[in-house]
Design a protein around this ligand. Structure first.
Ligand code: NIG
Ligand code: FE
Length: 401
């Protein structure tokens, strides 16, 4: 079916720039963009449907490229503890943190996990998200990791959203492996990853390279396994300290290195050379009251693509708004609103390896888009959260979920 979208200004984000087309029109055929340009240049033709966008500003659908939105329980108690002065690493070492979400997630059945995940996903979608990355990592045993990935895939089936699944079995040491972290990594590499990959649940492999999680040498084993299985990798790197995760990610041609507050100019150089995207997570930065800023200027200087994501998780980033992340990235990290929009569109697509089909309004790409009731693109990063009125399209169809 061929449709016309017109009476709009298109912020195409081609090349990661606004690339504005005022008085734009788009021809959509079979869920993809068939033509985009000035309405005046459109050849006379018949359409099966016409959408008058009422002068709104049209952007690509938003992409949240780093979430942990499937989990059991909640950790608001830890939020209170942190406010009383106990830090994240101390909580983790006392058996709280990620491991407390692991306990809760293991005890939660598929339907219950699905219901809570769907509720969170709907909040993101209502704001304009059309693609979501979802990690496992709160199961840490084969069955629980599989259950999380199945919930993630199910969201993509039942809601108007493209879901990319990431296996984060190397997120934390499960309690039954206390004092035996190499044995757990062996289990991840010899059993969990190969099984989950063979069953088709995994689009990418991630890990947490940190003092409270796994060393670069352990992550290297995980990445070697991923390479053998033909899966792309990404890494939670240099979040709390500088351990060399970015260099490792670059060496393996990772799609992304995420958090990266403690990364340096050498890391930026290596990431630029390997085409690894830096995923900035201002929600975790804010929640942990971090003061070490990611090396934004070095990323700019070396041409490292910067993406932004919610990091939606129960511990360090209870964030339900990607547009709020755009605001925080500008306010806290001094990104420009243009960089912030690139961070949740084209560069987020790069962080997922789907930039050939997603992330910008260009011919041949999927027609995932949002028509915003705003005065111009900067307004998308200007508001501190809240919902902006918009019309949302997923694969060319208007959606309301
Ligand atoms: O991205 N850094 C590690 N993983 C998550 C936190 C998970 C948690 O605390 O539950 C993150 O911040
Ligand atoms: Fe994370």
């Amino acid at each position: 079916m061929t449709q016309l979208w017109h009476h709009c200004h298109a912020i195409t984000m081609a090349e990661g720039r606004y690339s504005l087309i005022t008085d734009a029109a788009l021809v959509i055929a079979d869920g993809r963009i068939d033509w985009i340009g000035k309405a005046d240049d459109l050849a006379e033709q018949d359409f099966e449907a016409i959408h008058d966008l009422g002068g709104r500003w049209l952007t690509p659908g938003l992409i949240d490229c780093h979430t942990h939105l499937v989990f059991g329980g909640d950790r608001s108690g830890e939020f209170e503890q942190r406010l009383e002065g106990v830090d994240y690493e101390t909580i983790a070492r006392q058996g709280g943190g990620i491991v407390s979400s692991v306990r809760a997630t293991r005890e939660t059945d598929f339907e219950t996990l699905y219901a809570s995940a769907e509720a969170r996903a709907r909040v993101l979608l209502a704001e304009g998200v059309t693609t979501l990355e979802i990690k496992s990592g709160y199961g840490l045993d084969l069955d629980s990791e599989r259950r999380m990935l199945r919930v993630a895939r199910e969201l993509g089936k039942r809601l108007p959203v493209t879901v990319k699944t990431t296996c984060l079995a190397a997120h934390a040491l499960p309690p039954e492996y206390a004092g035996r972290s190499d044995d757990y990594i062996e289990r991840v590499c010899e059993t969990m990853l190969p099984t989950l990959a063979a069953e088709g649940w995994v689009d990418a492999v991630d890990g947490f390279c940190e003092g409270i999680a796994f060393s670069p040498a352990q992550m290297r084993r995980v990445f070697e396994t991923a390479r053998r299985l033909g899966l792309p990798v990404k890494l939670h790197a240099e979040q709390l300290s500088h351990l060399g995760g970015c260099q490792l990610a670059a060496e393996f041609g990772a799609l992304s290195a995420d958090h990266v507050e403690y990364a340096n100019a050498d890391d930026a150089r290596a990431m630029a050379a390997s085409g690894t995207t830096a995923v900035l997570l201002p929600g975790a930065f804010l929640t942990l009251r971090e003061t070490q800023l990611p090396p934004i200027e070095a990323f700019r200087e070396h041409g490292v693509a910067m993406a932004l994501a919610s990091d939606l998780n129960p511990g360090t980033s209870p964030v339900l708004s990607l547009r709020l992340m755009m605001n925080l990235a500008c306010t806290l990290f001094r990104l420009t609103p243009e960089e912030a929009l690139a961070g949740v569109t084209l560069n987020a697509a790069r962080a997922l390896g789907i930039e050939a089909s997603h992330g910008s309004l260009e011919v041949g790409k999927v027609a995932d888009a949002v028509a915003w009731d705003v005065t111009g693109p900067a307004e998308l990063a200007y508001w501190l959260g809240g919902q902006l009125p918009s019309i949302r399209f997923y694969h060319g169809e208007q959606v309301s979920a």
